[in-house]
Design a protein around this ligand. Structure first.
Ligand code: GLC
Length: 571
């Protein structure tokens, strides 16, 4: 077998620290809690962790507003506890990557406090400051018509220095000025700080937003973000959703994806990371161009087009996605797939049809673990946590959702309607605490303590780790079986991908092959049984099936059960 890097063979698991495990009983997840669950994670069979931000933060955007890049949020623990966590993870063969938020800091970061203190402060130019405009009636206006992707103007007025600062996200998240070399050095120092400690790499937050057009021209999209939300809400088909996506690009055209500057910057970062042995960088971006010439920028970029769907996955969607992504990949680059994260709807709900959610969730795991590329899982998926149901905006902690609510109500939408929309769409729906047991608050925190976000009541209906450990048919044990199977099947990790039966509407069939091993994978996304003919292939060994099956069967007329996941070694 070709020698692959650890991050090419690994299965990653994303931990959302606030919701993963509460070790000190204050209703908020922490490092003590994570350390206590490392044996659980090792037993689950994952190889690496991606930790969402764990830095000190006022939590305006759940940690994506960093107030100190070289420390640990006090509610999560201490730097010493972080080091213990890292050692304990490594001792179990689990690697750890951190979430690096480059585009912006918290408004409470000392750099920003200095920057806003006066126009001639040495850190003034570390952020993006501009004069406002004077309107026709002498009123004060922002420098241009740019919006924040989290609602409202992208400019916030600062009365002390009578200028505006730019923020692509919340006003509590001022954008850094990456054209200032001091900013780059300060961020590279932060990158080195954790690499020196032994972390294995970074997930890079929102990198497409790092630079904006320095001339700052108005956009000419002719719409507002609020219009776009409404259109997004009304969109029914993939084509309509794509059209909304295109308009989003027009709205933010001057604010994102400045490729000419981004690629040199990513090369510079790669050189910093290459000072260390065997570390990895994965972009929160889908642009394959971030691989550079193959191996001189980022190691991995997410295949978001696969995941960006609000309805069950279909073989046609997956095939088209793979054909496009794999063809674009430069020589030496490696794919990376995820179906859920802390910003998306839960896999169990999004790819479910309301009737076969469990079967479809199992298929989504099978897909992730058999497609070519590094898979990323999100905490809670392994027990099939669905989207949380909220009934009141007061339950929400997702500031983005709360701002959307305000904007909608201010624009005249009835409160009830605005509340229903944000309760259904909020990112909090996938951020509720992990459900550990059938106990008050799902065993996440003590009975008399309120968790930071409500625990879903469905922990009492089997959606919890302890009950599922004891049930061989539960989702959790299915995850364990599949993860072990993948580890023991080199073709699924290293093999080439060849689609088969490309016209089949309900079964996604493909080969994964290394010189030593060829596997046939059949994923039946339908409630119908099918008989498939793979004339050229002969089955050698059944690798995995979730149907009642002991042998691989006759490939000239292979009976596939409803929702079957079938994997066989073939020649
Ligand atoms: C990324 C994060 C998201 C955050 C945003 C701003 O998209 O995944 O959670 O709100 O960046 O940092």
């Amino acid at each position: 077998m070709t020698t692959l890097k650890w991050w090419q063979t690994a299965v990653f698991y994303q931990i959302y620290p606030r919701s993963f495990a509460d070790g000190n009983g204050d209703g908020i997840g922490d490092f003590q809690g994570i350390i206590e669950k490392l044996d659980y994670l090792a037993d689950l069979g994952i190889d690496a962790l991606w930790l969402s931000p764990h830095f000190p933060s006022p939590q305006a955007d759940c940690g994506y507003d960093v107030a100190d890049y070289c420390d640990v949020a006090p509610e999560y623990g201490t730097l010493a506890e972080f080091e213990t966590f890292l050692e304990e993870a490594h001792a179990r063969g689990i690697r750890v990557i951190l979430d690096m938020v480059f585009n912006h800091t918290s408004e409470q970061h000392p750099w920003f406090l200095e920057s806003k203190s006066s126009r001639d402060n040495p850190k003034r130019d570390w952020y993006v400051w501009r004069d406002g405009q004077i309107g026709p009636n002498g009123e004060r206006l922002p420098p241009n018509n740019w919006e924040s992707t989290f609602t409202g103007s992208a400019w916030e007025y600062d009365p002390t220095t009578d200028q505006y600062y730019y923020h692509f996200f919340l006003k509590e998240q001022p954008d850094l000025n990456w054209r200032n070399p001091e900013v780059r050095q300060a961020m590279w120092d932060a990158v080195r700080f954790w690499l020196d400690m032994g972390v294995d790499g970074y997930r890079l937050d929102a990198i497409g937003t790092i630079y904006e057009d320095p001339d700052m021209p108005d956009h000419e999209a002719g719409i507002t973000l609020l219009d776009l939300y409404q259109m997004g809400q009304a969109a029914q088909t993939d084509a309509e959703r794509e059209a909304v996506g295109e308009m989003w690009k027009a709205l933010f055209i001057h604010q994102v994806d400045r490729d000419d500057e981004m690629h040199p910057l990513m090369k510079e970062l790669r050189q910093v990371v290459d000072e260390y042995e065997d570390r990895v960088l994965v972009a929160e971006d889908e642009d394959i161009a971030y691989h550079g010439t193959g191996d001189d920028e980022l190691h991995l970029v997410f295949n978001f087009p696969l995941m960006r769907r609000e309805e069950p996955l279909t073989p046609a969607h997956i095939r088209a996605n793979q054909a496009e992504r794999l063809a674009e990949l430069p020589e030496g680059a490696w794919p990376c797939n995820a179906l859920g994260n802390h910003d998306s709807s839960r896999v169990k709900s999004r790819f479910g049809d309301g009737v076969h959610d469990d079967e479809l969730a199992r298929l989504s795991l099978a897909l992730l673990l058999t497609l070519r590329g590094t898979p990323f899982l999100y905490n809670g998926e392994e027990i099939g946590i669905p989207n949380a149901v909220f009934t009141d905006v007061a339950q929400l902690r997702d500031t983005f959702a709360l701002r959307q609510y305000e904007v909608a109500v201010n624009a005249g939408m009835p409160e009830e309607q605005a509340a229903a929309i944000v309760c259904a769409r909020t990112r909090d729906r996938c951020r509720t605490p992990v459900q550990w047991a059938n106990a008050p608050h799902a065993g996440f925190c003590p009975p008399d303590v309120e968790p930071w976000l409500p625990v879903q009541p469905n922990y009492a209906e089997g959606i919890n780790v302890a009950d599922q450990q004891a049930d061989p048919n539960a989702m959790l044990n299915f995850y364990k079986r599949m993860l072990r199977m993948r580890k023991a099947t080199p073709a699924l990790i290293a093999g080439d991908y060849t689609p088969l039966l490309e016209d089949h509407a309900e079964c996604f069939c493909f080969l994964r092959a290394t010189p030593e091993q060829t596997c046939l994978v059949v994923l039946n996304f339908s409630a119908e049984a099918h008989t498939l003919a793979f004339e050229e292939l002969a089955a050698q060994r059944l690798v995995f099936s979730n149907a009642a099956r002991e042998t691989p069967g006759d490939l000239a007329a292979l009976d596939i059960a409803p929702f079957e996941i079938y994997i066989a070694e073939v020649t």
